[in-house]
Design a binder for this molecule. Structure first.
Ligand code: SF4
Ligand code: SF4
Length: 439
C-alpha cells in the first residue's frame, strides 16, 4: 500500500524534502550527469533512483538500511541539479535525509570510529594538524592499522606546511573600495595556509579591507553533509555570532564552505535563528565573484611568460553556487594565460568532503579520471617555448587551478600518482603570483 509523506512527521526539514521529492518527474535527464551512475551504471545509484528510495523510506514503505548504501555513495556533488529540467532542489533532500537517517543507518564500530575521528579533528585546525602528524606514525605501523582506517593514512600529506596567521584586520592598499569579512576555513588553513595569504593579498591590492573575525570556526559543512545536524547547527550559530554586519560581504575561498554557508537557513530551519541564518547566507559570496563584481583595480602585469592553466570546476562552486564564469575571467585577466577546458568537467573529482575516507575506491577512480582529463586538456594547449631568459613566449609551468581545497588535494595526489609535474594551485594563488611576477 502506498502512503503519502507527512512532512510534519519529519520535523522542520520535512517540508523541503517533500517538495524536492514531489518535484521529480522521473524523466532521467540527470542520469548522465551523475558520477556514481557513470561509475556503477545502476539505477539506484542515480539521482532519480535515490529520490525514489528516499521517498519510499519517508513514506514508511522501505527500511532505512535498504537505502543506506546508495545514499552513502552519493557524493553530494549536485551535478544533478543543473541537469534537471524540473528544477528538483536535490540539496534540500540529501543532507536533511542524512540527518534524519543518522539513528537508523547501521555502521560497524570501525566505521563509527572513522567518522568520529574525522568529525573531531578536521574542523579544528590545531587538532587536524596533530592528526596529520599522527598519521605518519600510523603509516609506519602499516598493516597493524585496521583496513577501514587506512584511507585516512593514505590521504594524509607527507608534509604539513608551517602554520600561518593573519591579522584580524588587513587594510586595503590605497583608497578603500570595500570592506569584507573572510572565512579562514579549517582544513584549508592546515593543508595550504598560503591560500588565505594569497586571498588577502589579492583583495587588499584591489582596495579591499579584509577582516578575519577571531571567533569564527568551521563552516559546519562536514557535519551537515555527514548527517550530524546538531554539530552543523552549533558551527553555524558560532559563525552567525562571530561575523560582523558592517561589511560589504562575507567571503569564502573554499567552495565547500561557501556552499555550506549558503545552506545555513536550512541547517537552522525551525529554530529561533532561522531568519538570522537566512540574512547571513545572502551575504556569503565566493571571493572570485566578489572580485569580478568589484572589478580588478588593475590587471596583473605582463611578465612576458605564457602559461597553460586548466581550470577545474569544484562541484560546490559550479553546481551549488552557479559560479563558473568568474574564476575563469580572473585567470584570463592574467597576460599570457591560455585557459584549457577539462573534458567532462561536470564529473566530480571524487574528493567531496570525507568521501575519500568513506568511499575510497570510488573516490580514487574519479580522482584518477580527473587527473587524466586535466593532463589531456593541458596537452592540447598552445605549444610553449621552453628555455630561460624572460623572452616573450617563455613557458611557465602548467597549472591546474581550482577554488576548493578538497579538489586541490585530490588533484595533486592523483597528478603525482600519474607522474605529472603539473602544479595545482588555488585561483587566488595563481592571481597573487601573477601580480608579483614582473618577469
Ligand atoms: S532530471 Fe530531475 S525530474 Fe528528471 S529524474 Fe532527474 S531529478 Fe527527477
Ligand atoms: S549529488 Fe552527485 S552523486 Fe549525488 S545523485 Fe546528484 S549527481 Fe549523483
Amino acid at each position: 500500500m502506498l502512503h503519502t509523506i507527512k512532512p510534519a512527521e519529519h520535523g522542520p526539514l520535512g517540508d523541503p524534502m517533500v517538495h524536492a521529492v514531489q518535484a521529480c518527474v522521473h524523466c532521467g535527464f540527470c542520469l548522465a550527469a551523475c558520477p556514481t551512475y557513470h561509475e556503477l551504471g545502476q539505477e539506484m545509484d542515480t539521482p532519480r533512483g535515490r529520490i525514489v528510495l528516499m521517498k519510499q523510506v519517508l513514506e514508511g514503505n522501505l527500511a532505512w538500511t535498504a537505502a543506506q548504501p546508495h545514499v552513502d555513495r552519493c557524493l553530494g556533488c549536485l551535478a544533478c541539479e543543473p541537469a534537471c529540467p524540473s528544477g528538483v532542489p536535490y540539496r534540500d533532500l540529501i543532507s536533511p535525509f542524512r540527518a534524519l537517517a543518522q539513528p537508523y543507518f547501521k555502521r560497524t564500530p570501525i566505521e563509527r570510529l572513522r567518522r568520529w575521528l574525522a568529525a573531531r579533528t578536521i574542523p579544528y585546525p590545531g587538532r587536524f594538524r596533530l592528526a596529520l602528524r599522527a598519521a605518519r606514525v600510523g603509516r609506519w605501523l602499516g598493516p597493524l592499522v585496521p583496513r577501514a582506517l587506512r584511507p585516512m593514512l593514505d590521504l594524509a600529506p607527507a608534509t604539513v606546511p608551517p602554520a600561518e596567521s593573519w591579522a584580524p584586520v588587513t587594510p586595503a592598499h590605497g583608497r578603500r573600495r570595500a570592506r569584507v569579512a573572510l572565512l579562514s576555513g579549517c582544513a584549508q588553513q592546515v593543508l595550504d595556509p598560503d591560500i588565505n595569504t594569497a586571498t588577502i593579498d589579492v583583495l587588499t591590492r584591489n582596495g579591499v579591507e579584509v577582516v578575519l573575525p577571531p571567533a569564527q570556526g568551521c563552516c559546519g559543512g562536514l557535519a551537515w553533509h555527514t548527517g550530524d545536524l546538531a554539530a552543523a547547527q552549533a558551527f553555524a550559530r558560532r559563525n552567525l555570532d562571530a561575523f560582523p554586519t558592517d561589511v560589504d560581504a562575507i567571503l569564502t575561498n573554499a567552495a565547500g564552505c561557501g556552499s555550506a554557508m549558503h545552506e545555513y537557513h536550512l541547517i537552522l530551519r525551525g529554530t529561533p535563528d532561522e531568519a538570522r541564518a537566512d540574512a547571513f547566507r545572502r551575504r556569503v559570496v565566493d571571493v572570485s565573484v566578489f572580485l569580478i563584481r568589484l572589478g580588478l583595480r588593475e590587471a596583473p602585469p605582463d611578465s612576458g611568460k605564457r602559461q597553460r592553466i586548466a581550470y577545474h570546476d569544484a562541484c560546490h562552486l559550479a553546481n551549488a553556487q552557479n559560479v563558473r564564469r568568474e574564476p575563469r575571467e580572473l585567470l584570463r585577466a592574467i597576460p599570457g594565460v591560455e585557459l584549457c577546458e577539462i573534458a567532462e568537467g561536470h564529473l566530480c573529482c571524487g574528493s567531496a568532503g570525507t568521501y575519500n575516507l568513506d568511499q575510497p575506491e570510488l573516490a580514487a577512480s574519479l580522482g584518477a579520471q580527473k587527473a587524466r582529463a586535466a593532463m589531456a586538456a593541458l596537452a592540447t594547449g598552445f605549444p610553449l617555448r621552453q628555455g630561460s631568459g624572460g623572452q616573450a613566449g617563455l613557458a611557465a609551468p602548467d597549472v591546474v587551478a581550482s577554488g576548493n581545497i578538497g579538489c586541490l588535494t585530490q588533484l595533486q595526489a592523483h597528478l603525482a600518482k600519474a607522474g605529472s609535474p603539473v602544479r595545482v594551485r588555488h585561483t587566488m594563488q595563481v592571481l597573487r603570483d601573477a601580480y608579483m611576477d614582473r618577469g
